[in-house]
Design a protein around this ligand. Structure first.
Ligand code: M6R
Length: 366
Protein backbone atom coordinates (compact mmCIF):
# COMPACT_ATOMS: atom_id res chain seq x y z
CA UNK A 1 0.00 0.00 0.00
CA UNK A 2 2.92 2.34 0.60
CA UNK A 3 4.23 2.19 -2.96
CA UNK A 4 7.47 4.14 -3.15
CA UNK A 5 6.91 5.95 0.13
CA UNK A 6 8.53 5.15 3.46
CA UNK A 7 5.59 6.13 5.62
CA UNK A 8 1.87 6.73 5.28
CA UNK A 9 2.39 10.31 6.38
CA UNK A 10 4.75 10.96 3.49
CA UNK A 11 2.36 9.27 1.07
CA UNK A 12 -0.59 11.24 2.41
CA UNK A 13 1.28 14.55 2.13
CA UNK A 14 1.99 13.77 -1.52
CA UNK A 15 -1.58 12.65 -2.16
CA UNK A 16 -2.90 16.13 -1.44
CA UNK A 17 -3.21 17.40 -5.03
CA UNK A 18 -5.36 14.35 -5.80
CA UNK A 19 -7.32 14.54 -2.52
CA UNK A 20 -8.20 18.17 -3.19
CA UNK A 21 -9.10 17.53 -6.82
CA UNK A 22 -11.37 14.64 -5.75
CA UNK A 23 -13.03 16.74 -3.05
CA UNK A 24 -13.72 19.48 -5.58
CA UNK A 25 -14.64 17.24 -8.51
CA UNK A 26 -18.42 17.38 -8.34
CA UNK A 27 -18.48 20.90 -6.95
CA UNK A 28 -16.54 22.43 -9.83
CA UNK A 29 -18.32 20.41 -12.49
CA UNK A 30 -21.14 22.99 -12.23
CA UNK A 31 -20.73 26.53 -13.53
CA UNK A 32 -21.74 28.00 -10.17
CA UNK A 33 -21.51 26.84 -6.57
CA UNK A 34 -24.65 25.05 -5.45
CA UNK A 35 -25.74 25.20 -1.80
CA UNK A 36 -26.99 21.63 -2.09
CA UNK A 37 -23.41 20.31 -1.91
CA UNK A 38 -24.11 20.51 1.84
CA UNK A 39 -27.44 18.65 1.62
CA UNK A 40 -30.82 18.98 -0.01
CA UNK A 41 -32.21 21.43 2.54
CA UNK A 42 -29.00 23.47 2.71
CA UNK A 43 -30.22 26.49 0.80
CA UNK A 44 -33.20 27.14 3.05
CA UNK A 45 -31.30 26.39 6.28
CA UNK A 46 -28.19 28.40 5.42
CA UNK A 47 -30.26 31.39 4.25
CA UNK A 48 -31.66 31.86 7.75
CA UNK A 49 -28.37 31.58 9.64
CA UNK A 50 -27.17 34.61 11.62
CA UNK A 51 -23.98 33.26 13.12
CA UNK A 52 -21.67 30.28 12.80
CA UNK A 53 -20.14 28.32 15.63
CA UNK A 54 -17.41 25.83 14.71
CA UNK A 55 -16.36 23.01 17.03
CA UNK A 56 -13.54 20.50 16.55
CA UNK A 57 -10.39 18.99 18.09
CA UNK A 58 -6.69 19.07 17.22
CA UNK A 59 -5.87 19.66 13.59
CA UNK A 60 -9.56 19.90 12.71
CA UNK A 61 -9.80 22.76 15.21
CA UNK A 62 -7.06 24.59 13.30
CA UNK A 63 -9.20 24.28 10.18
CA UNK A 64 -12.04 25.83 12.20
CA UNK A 65 -9.82 28.77 13.11
CA UNK A 66 -8.95 29.48 9.48
CA UNK A 67 -12.64 29.23 8.58
CA UNK A 68 -13.47 31.91 11.13
CA UNK A 69 -11.38 34.39 9.14
CA UNK A 70 -13.01 33.33 5.88
CA UNK A 71 -16.62 33.29 7.04
CA UNK A 72 -16.40 36.73 8.63
CA UNK A 73 -14.47 38.21 5.71
CA UNK A 74 -16.27 36.58 2.76
CA UNK A 75 -19.80 36.10 4.11
CA UNK A 76 -19.88 38.88 6.72
CA UNK A 77 -21.35 36.52 9.34
CA UNK A 78 -20.07 36.44 12.93
CA UNK A 79 -18.19 33.21 13.44
CA UNK A 80 -16.37 31.64 16.35
CA UNK A 81 -14.29 28.50 16.76
CA UNK A 82 -13.80 26.46 19.91
CA UNK A 83 -12.26 23.16 20.91
CA UNK A 84 -14.95 20.56 21.54
CA UNK A 85 -13.66 19.46 24.93
CA UNK A 86 -14.17 23.01 26.24
CA UNK A 87 -17.48 23.76 24.57
CA UNK A 88 -19.17 20.61 25.81
CA UNK A 89 -18.61 21.49 29.47
CA UNK A 90 -19.17 25.21 29.65
CA UNK A 91 -22.26 27.34 30.03
CA UNK A 92 -22.80 29.09 26.73
CA UNK A 93 -25.58 31.18 25.32
CA UNK A 94 -27.68 29.27 22.81
CA UNK A 95 -28.71 31.03 19.62
CA UNK A 96 -31.42 29.32 17.60
CA UNK A 97 -30.24 31.15 14.48
CA UNK A 98 -26.67 29.88 14.77
CA UNK A 99 -25.29 27.12 12.61
CA UNK A 100 -23.22 24.60 14.57
CA UNK A 101 -20.42 23.28 12.37
CA UNK A 102 -18.35 20.28 13.44
CA UNK A 103 -15.18 19.26 11.63
CA UNK A 104 -13.63 15.82 11.93
CA UNK A 105 -11.55 13.48 9.83
CA UNK A 106 -12.90 10.37 11.51
CA UNK A 107 -16.39 11.51 12.45
CA UNK A 108 -15.99 9.50 15.65
CA UNK A 109 -14.07 11.84 17.97
CA UNK A 110 -15.77 11.54 21.37
CA UNK A 111 -15.48 15.21 22.39
CA UNK A 112 -16.74 16.50 19.03
CA UNK A 113 -19.74 14.17 19.12
CA UNK A 114 -20.51 15.14 22.73
CA UNK A 115 -20.17 18.84 21.84
CA UNK A 116 -22.72 18.44 19.04
CA UNK A 117 -25.08 16.67 21.42
CA UNK A 118 -24.54 19.45 23.97
CA UNK A 119 -25.33 22.11 21.35
CA UNK A 120 -28.56 20.34 20.43
CA UNK A 121 -29.49 19.98 24.08
CA UNK A 122 -29.04 23.74 24.49
CA UNK A 123 -31.54 24.30 21.69
CA UNK A 124 -29.37 24.76 18.63
CA UNK A 125 -31.44 23.45 15.77
CA UNK A 126 -29.04 23.60 12.83
CA UNK A 127 -25.90 21.57 12.40
CA UNK A 128 -23.49 20.84 9.60
CA UNK A 129 -20.50 18.52 9.63
CA UNK A 130 -17.40 18.40 7.47
CA UNK A 131 -16.11 14.88 7.68
CA UNK A 132 -13.96 12.40 5.79
CA UNK A 133 -15.79 9.19 6.68
CA UNK A 134 -19.22 8.43 5.19
CA UNK A 135 -21.55 6.60 7.60
CA UNK A 136 -19.66 8.01 10.60
CA UNK A 137 -21.50 9.03 13.76
CA UNK A 138 -21.07 12.75 13.04
CA UNK A 139 -22.55 12.43 9.56
CA UNK A 140 -25.51 10.51 10.97
CA UNK A 141 -26.11 13.05 13.71
CA UNK A 142 -25.81 16.24 11.66
CA UNK A 143 -28.56 17.91 9.70
CA UNK A 144 -26.26 18.93 6.84
CA UNK A 145 -22.93 17.48 5.77
CA UNK A 146 -20.07 17.75 3.34
CA UNK A 147 -17.90 14.72 2.76
CA UNK A 148 -14.25 15.44 2.07
CA UNK A 149 -12.73 12.95 -0.33
CA UNK A 150 -9.25 12.68 1.10
CA UNK A 151 -9.44 8.88 1.08
CA UNK A 152 -8.34 6.83 4.10
CA UNK A 153 -5.84 8.65 6.29
CA UNK A 154 -3.66 6.11 8.09
CA UNK A 155 -0.87 8.23 9.61
CA UNK A 156 -1.81 9.54 13.05
CA UNK A 157 -0.67 13.01 12.01
CA UNK A 158 -3.46 14.53 9.99
CA UNK A 159 -2.37 15.98 6.64
CA UNK A 160 -4.62 15.51 3.62
CA UNK A 161 -7.71 15.50 5.85
CA UNK A 162 -6.79 19.02 7.00
CA UNK A 163 -6.30 20.57 3.56
CA UNK A 164 -9.51 18.99 2.23
CA UNK A 165 -11.38 20.30 5.29
CA UNK A 166 -10.09 23.78 4.47
CA UNK A 167 -11.38 23.53 0.93
CA UNK A 168 -14.80 22.44 2.22
CA UNK A 169 -14.86 25.37 4.67
CA UNK A 170 -13.94 27.78 1.90
CA UNK A 171 -16.91 26.46 -0.09
CA UNK A 172 -19.09 27.03 2.96
CA UNK A 173 -17.87 30.63 3.30
CA UNK A 174 -18.63 31.35 -0.37
CA UNK A 175 -22.02 29.65 -0.17
CA UNK A 176 -23.00 31.69 2.88
CA UNK A 177 -21.68 34.82 1.16
CA UNK A 178 -23.72 34.15 -1.97
CA UNK A 179 -26.90 33.59 0.01
CA UNK A 180 -26.35 37.00 1.65
CA UNK A 181 -25.40 38.76 -1.59
CA UNK A 182 -21.93 39.39 -0.22
CA UNK A 183 -20.29 37.46 -3.05
CA UNK A 184 -20.90 38.74 -6.56
CA UNK A 185 -21.03 36.45 -9.59
CA UNK A 186 -17.66 37.81 -10.64
CA UNK A 187 -16.10 37.05 -7.26
CA UNK A 188 -17.65 33.59 -7.27
CA UNK A 189 -16.02 32.84 -10.64
CA UNK A 190 -12.66 34.08 -9.35
CA UNK A 191 -12.95 31.86 -6.25
CA UNK A 192 -13.85 28.87 -8.42
CA UNK A 193 -10.88 29.53 -10.68
CA UNK A 194 -8.56 29.74 -7.66
CA UNK A 195 -9.89 26.38 -6.47
CA UNK A 196 -9.29 24.84 -9.90
CA UNK A 197 -5.66 25.94 -9.78
CA UNK A 198 -5.07 24.70 -6.25
CA UNK A 199 -3.99 21.08 -6.93
CA UNK A 200 -1.32 22.26 -9.38
CA UNK A 201 0.00 24.87 -7.01
CA UNK A 202 0.33 22.23 -4.31
CA UNK A 203 2.16 20.00 -6.74
CA UNK A 204 4.65 22.83 -7.30
CA UNK A 205 5.11 23.34 -3.56
CA UNK A 206 5.77 19.64 -3.03
CA UNK A 207 8.80 20.07 -5.26
CA UNK A 208 10.37 22.17 -2.50
CA UNK A 209 10.88 18.99 -0.46
CA UNK A 210 14.69 18.83 -0.94
CA UNK A 211 15.07 22.37 0.45
CA UNK A 212 12.86 21.54 3.41
CA UNK A 213 14.93 18.40 4.11
CA UNK A 214 18.02 20.60 4.60
CA UNK A 215 16.18 22.65 7.19
CA UNK A 216 14.92 19.53 8.92
CA UNK A 217 18.50 18.30 9.26
CA UNK A 218 19.34 21.34 11.34
CA UNK A 219 16.20 20.90 13.45
CA UNK A 220 16.64 17.43 14.74
CA UNK A 221 18.96 18.49 17.58
CA UNK A 222 16.73 21.36 18.75
CA UNK A 223 14.71 21.18 21.95
CA UNK A 224 12.23 23.93 21.11
CA UNK A 225 10.82 25.83 18.17
CA UNK A 226 8.59 28.86 17.77
CA UNK A 227 6.11 29.21 14.89
CA UNK A 228 4.84 32.63 13.87
CA UNK A 229 2.02 33.68 11.57
CA UNK A 230 -0.51 36.48 11.36
CA UNK A 231 -4.15 36.70 10.30
CA UNK A 232 -5.45 33.64 8.45
CA UNK A 233 -1.95 32.14 8.72
CA UNK A 234 -1.83 32.19 12.51
CA UNK A 235 -3.83 28.92 12.67
CA UNK A 236 -1.37 27.48 10.14
CA UNK A 237 1.49 28.33 12.51
CA UNK A 238 -0.47 26.42 15.18
CA UNK A 239 -0.87 23.48 12.85
CA UNK A 240 2.88 23.52 12.04
CA UNK A 241 3.72 23.50 15.74
CA UNK A 242 1.28 20.67 16.48
CA UNK A 243 2.70 18.55 13.66
CA UNK A 244 6.27 19.06 14.88
CA UNK A 245 5.39 18.18 18.50
CA UNK A 246 3.28 15.22 17.57
CA UNK A 247 5.76 13.28 15.47
CA UNK A 248 9.22 14.62 16.30
CA UNK A 249 8.61 15.29 20.03
CA UNK A 250 10.28 18.69 19.69
CA UNK A 251 8.51 21.21 21.88
CA UNK A 252 6.92 23.78 19.61
CA UNK A 253 4.68 26.73 20.23
CA UNK A 254 2.80 28.98 17.87
CA UNK A 255 2.08 32.65 18.32
CA UNK A 256 0.41 35.34 16.27
CA UNK A 257 3.53 37.37 15.45
CA UNK A 258 2.03 40.56 16.91
CA UNK A 259 2.08 38.92 20.35
CA UNK A 260 5.87 38.52 20.46
CA UNK A 261 6.47 41.57 22.61
CA UNK A 262 3.84 40.43 25.08
CA UNK A 263 5.93 37.53 26.31
CA UNK A 264 7.41 34.98 23.92
CA UNK A 265 10.24 37.29 22.79
CA UNK A 266 11.85 36.52 26.16
CA UNK A 267 12.40 32.94 24.95
CA UNK A 268 14.29 33.93 21.84
CA UNK A 269 18.04 33.33 21.71
CA UNK A 270 20.35 31.62 19.23
CA UNK A 271 19.14 28.18 20.36
CA UNK A 272 15.57 28.96 19.39
CA UNK A 273 14.66 28.33 15.75
CA UNK A 274 11.80 30.58 14.72
CA UNK A 275 9.70 29.43 11.78
CA UNK A 276 7.74 32.21 10.14
CA UNK A 277 4.93 32.06 7.60
CA UNK A 278 5.31 35.07 5.35
CA UNK A 279 2.61 35.32 2.67
CA UNK A 280 2.50 38.49 0.63
CA UNK A 281 -0.66 39.87 2.23
CA UNK A 282 -1.69 43.13 3.87
CA UNK A 283 0.17 42.22 7.07
CA UNK A 284 3.54 41.48 5.45
CA UNK A 285 5.23 44.73 6.51
CA UNK A 286 4.08 44.20 10.09
CA UNK A 287 5.39 40.65 10.01
CA UNK A 288 8.75 41.83 8.69
CA UNK A 289 9.19 44.14 11.65
CA UNK A 290 8.25 41.26 13.99
CA UNK A 291 10.98 39.19 12.34
CA UNK A 292 13.52 41.97 12.85
CA UNK A 293 12.74 41.85 16.56
CA UNK A 294 13.57 38.14 16.52
CA UNK A 295 16.82 38.72 14.63
CA UNK A 296 17.84 41.47 17.02
CA UNK A 297 17.74 38.86 19.83
CA UNK A 298 19.87 36.39 17.90
CA UNK A 299 16.95 34.09 16.95
CA UNK A 300 17.56 31.92 13.87
CA UNK A 301 14.83 32.56 11.34
CA UNK A 302 13.41 30.01 8.93
CA UNK A 303 10.97 31.83 6.70
CA UNK A 304 8.47 30.36 4.25
CA UNK A 305 7.93 33.43 2.11
CA UNK A 306 5.82 34.11 -0.95
CA UNK A 307 7.85 34.87 -4.05
CA UNK A 308 6.74 38.48 -4.08
CA UNK A 309 7.03 39.10 -0.31
CA UNK A 310 10.57 40.46 -0.84
CA UNK A 311 12.27 38.60 1.97
CA UNK A 312 15.73 37.27 1.19
CA UNK A 313 18.21 35.01 2.90
CA UNK A 314 20.98 36.68 4.91
CA UNK A 315 23.06 35.51 7.87
CA UNK A 316 20.63 34.15 10.46
CA UNK A 317 17.72 34.26 8.02
CA UNK A 318 16.98 31.34 5.73
CA UNK A 319 14.19 31.65 3.20
CA UNK A 320 12.26 29.08 1.18
CA UNK A 321 10.16 30.71 -1.51
CA UNK A 322 6.64 29.63 -2.31
CA UNK A 323 4.93 30.50 -5.61
CA UNK A 324 2.52 32.79 -3.73
CA UNK A 325 -0.59 34.49 -5.11
CA UNK A 326 -2.70 32.35 -2.81
CA UNK A 327 -5.22 34.98 -1.65
CA UNK A 328 -7.76 33.32 0.61
CA UNK A 329 -6.32 29.91 -0.26
CA UNK A 330 -2.82 30.85 0.85
CA UNK A 331 -3.19 29.06 4.24
CA UNK A 332 -3.64 25.80 2.32
CA UNK A 333 -0.45 26.39 0.31
CA UNK A 334 1.56 27.34 3.40
CA UNK A 335 0.49 24.18 5.23
CA UNK A 336 2.38 21.87 2.86
CA UNK A 337 6.00 22.85 3.67
CA UNK A 338 5.22 22.72 7.40
CA UNK A 339 3.97 19.15 7.03
CA UNK A 340 7.15 18.26 5.16
CA UNK A 341 9.30 19.97 7.78
CA UNK A 342 7.83 17.98 10.66
CA UNK A 343 7.95 14.75 8.67
CA UNK A 344 11.64 15.14 7.85
CA UNK A 345 12.55 16.35 11.35
CA UNK A 346 10.92 13.19 12.71
CA UNK A 347 12.84 11.05 10.19
CA UNK A 348 16.08 12.62 11.42
CA UNK A 349 15.14 11.79 14.99
CA UNK A 350 14.08 8.26 14.10
CA UNK A 351 10.68 8.45 15.77
CA UNK A 352 7.74 6.26 14.79
CA UNK A 353 6.26 8.73 12.30
CA UNK A 354 2.97 7.00 11.56
CA UNK A 355 2.30 5.93 15.13
CA UNK A 356 3.73 8.54 17.50
CA UNK A 357 3.98 7.51 21.14
CA UNK A 358 0.93 7.92 23.38
CA UNK A 359 -1.43 8.89 20.54
CA UNK A 360 -4.28 7.17 18.72
CA UNK A 361 -5.55 7.93 15.23
CA UNK A 362 -9.10 8.39 16.41
CA UNK A 363 -9.79 9.59 19.93
CA UNK A 364 -13.06 7.82 20.69
CA UNK A 365 -12.78 8.09 24.46
CA UNK A 366 -12.59 11.26 26.50
O1 M6R B 1 -10.83 12.66 13.51
P1 M6R B 1 -10.74 14.07 14.00
O2 M6R B 1 -10.47 15.06 12.94
O3 M6R B 1 -11.96 14.47 14.82
O4 M6R B 1 -9.50 14.10 14.99
C1 M6R B 1 -9.19 15.24 15.74
C2 M6R B 1 -7.81 15.15 16.33
O5 M6R B 1 -7.71 14.07 17.21
C3 M6R B 1 -6.72 15.03 15.26
O6 M6R B 1 -6.79 16.06 14.32
C4 M6R B 1 -5.33 15.08 15.91
O7 M6R B 1 -5.09 16.34 16.47
C5 M6R B 1 -4.27 14.70 14.87
N1 M6R B 1 -3.51 13.58 15.32
C6 M6R B 1 -3.32 15.83 14.57
O8 M6R B 1 -2.40 15.49 13.59
Amino acid sequence: ELGNYRHFMQKEIHEQPRALADTLENVLAQDSLQANIFGVQAESILSGIESVYIIACGTSFHAAMVARYWIESIAGIPCSAEVASEYRYRDSVPNPKALIVTISQSGETADTLAALEHAKMLGHAHSLTICNVPESALIRQSELSFLTRAGPEIGVASTKAFTTQLVALFLLAITLGKLRNKVSREQELLHMQALRELPNKIQQILKLEPEVIKWAESFANKQHALFLGRGQHYPIAMEGALKLKEISYIHAEAYPAGELKHGPLALVDKEMPVIAIAPNDTLIEKLKSNLQEVRARGGELYVFADQDAHISSEPGVQVIRLPGLGGYLSPILHTIPLQLLSYHAALQKGTDVDKPRNLAKSVTVE
